[in-house]
Design a protein around this ligand. Structure first.
Ligand SMILES: Cc1cc2nc3c(=O)[nH]c(=O)nc-3n(C[C@H](O)[C@H](O)[C@H](O)COP(=O)(O)OP(=O)(O)OC[C@H]3O[C@@H](n4cnc5c(N)ncnc54)[C@H](O)[C@@H]3O)c2cc1C
Length: 419
């Protein structure tokens, strides 16, 4: 089939690759001038399937409300502009019940494990190097955090995810750079999970896809999507393109094109920040940075090693604008970095980034039919797009090719959002 893919973030790039591998003739349209130029640009890079979970969870509304006035809270409302998202917030609130949470969590974790295996296979098979390292630790500063982590630990046991609760001394053996001055009671270690540079992977997979014949059109903004007998795209330059199938992977902007087929999904941008700074010196593991990735559970801030750089990422801001940087979340990132790895990085050379997680209110992405003939959806991956991308792409490519999906995808349909 001739297939058009709309968007070249990590989701579009992996989708195009898997479709080409299934023998289709694929063209990707991306309005920016390279792959992974928007939300997939500088995320934390963590791939930890046991921690892929919906943000709509029992008790979350109260947790968020009780921290509204705390500038350092992991979740923030960006002033009155957050009210624009009141419909989304209402749907999120309604999804914060146990039954919905458990069903969505299982669907997301099933896909995340499948995705991790696909990523590992592609990495080996294609010999890809994207600054990946193995090992992930969730740092628990005090006994209260250890007590609160018990539910999460029970879940990891239930899912049979290989993990260990380590005392502070053993954490410091795995991550010798951790500052002895910051109190640490324990950490959950996930030795099979890890971190990798999502943007670099996207560039490498683009090359592999091009070798399979995929065409990339950059600077190509899709202004209209129509589906009559066959799907049809119009670009800003006026050119028209007809395909046998189109896959919409447009992240946070998806609704602008989906209106052409009469579809509107409850998609909201949830902004986050990252700071990436070079390590001091270039002495491999002698430096003071992390060896792989850690997450500070109190502030929900991840610190990852990416080659000779360190990336610290976090914060979830509803409302706000793409271009404006808020001081408070950035201060939190620098402070958490300094708490755990003081002096490890050259912060004067840091790159600061803000990205918008394409978030659906109940958690899972939408991967499947759009309801319009020939138009498929792969979007709304929220805070876990890198961890989910390879699996969603393969499963969707199988379905588009007329084969059965390799795992149960019932919970990933758009129908669940139309109630
Ligand atoms: C601070 C932060 C930290 C994160 N950390 C992690 C993490 O550790 N692990 C993890 O798994 N996930 C993480 N994420 C989430 C992850 O980055 C996203 O889920 C993922 O990047 C979404 O990918 P995407 O391809 O759907 O969207 P995008 O990367 O935004 O790609 C969509 C593309 O579509 C293009 N596009 C849109 N409309 C059009 C149009 N009309 N015409 C042409 N092109 C169009 C856009 O230009 C864009 O390039 C993080 C996110 C943030 C913000």
């Amino acid at each position: 089939m001739r297939i058009g893919v709309l968007g070249a973030g990590i989701v579009g790039v992996t989708t195009a690759y898997e479709l080409a591998r299934s023998g289709h003739e694929v063209t990707v349209f991306e309005r920016r001038d390279s792959v992974a130029a928007e939300t997939s640009y500088a995320n934390a890079g963590v791939v930890a399937p046991g921690y892929v979970t919906p943000w709509a969870a029992p008790g979350m509304p109260w947790k968020v409300m009780s921290q509204l006035l705390n500038k350092r809270a992991p979740v923030r409302l960006a002033g009155v502009s957050a009210l624009r998202e009141w419909r989304w917030m209402w749907r999120w609130w309604r999804a914060c019940n146990t039954a919905t949470h458990v069903a969505n969590r299982s669907a997301m974790q099933r896909m995340a494990h499948f995705s991790q295996r696909r990523l590992q296979l592609l990495t080996l098979e294609l010999g890809l190097n994207y600054e990946q390292s193995q090992g992930y630790m969730v740092l628990l500063r005090d006994q209260k955090a250890v007590d609160q982590a018990q539910t999460g630990l029970a879940l990891l046991r239930e899912l049979d995810v290989h993990h260990e609760l380590l005392d502070a001394a053993r954490c410091r053996v795995l991550e010798p750079g951790l500052s002895p001055e910051t109190p640490l009671t324990a950490a959950i270690s996930l030795p099979q999970d890890g971190v990798g540079n999502c943007r670099q992977f996207a560039h490498l997979l683009r090359q592999q896809a091009q070798a399979l014949g995929v065409r990339y059109e950059f600077g190509a903004s899709v202004t209209s999507l129509k589906a009559a007998a066959r799907p049809h795209l119009t670009l800003a330059n006026g050119s028209n393109h007809e395909f046998d199938a189109v896959v919409v992977c447009a992240g946070v902007q998806a609704n602008r094109v989906l209106q052409g087929i009469g579809l509107r999904l409850p998609l909201a941008p949830v902004y986050g920040y990252s700071v990436t700074a070079p390590l001091r010196g270039d002495r491999g593991h002698d430096d003071l940075g992390p060896r792989s990735a850690v997450m500070d559970e109190r502030y929900k801030v991840a610190i990852s090693r990416l080659g000779s750089r360190v990336r610290v990422a976090g914060s979830a801001e509803l409302g706000g604008q793409p271009g404006t940087m808020s001081a408070a979340p950035l201060q939190t990132l620098y402070r958490v970095l300094n708490d755990w790895f003081p002096g490890a990085t050259r912060n004067s050379q840091a790159q600061v980034w803000k990205g918008a997680r394409p978030m659906l209110p109940d958690g899972p992405p939408v991967v499947g039919e759009s309801g319009a003939p020939g138009v498929w959806l792969n979007l709304g991956h929220g805070s876990s797009g890198w961890a989910l991308a390879c699996g969603c792409a393969l499963a969707l490519a199988e379905r588009i090719s007329g084969r059965q999906a390799p795992l149960d995808m019932a919970r990933l349909g758009r129908e669940r959002l139309q109630a």
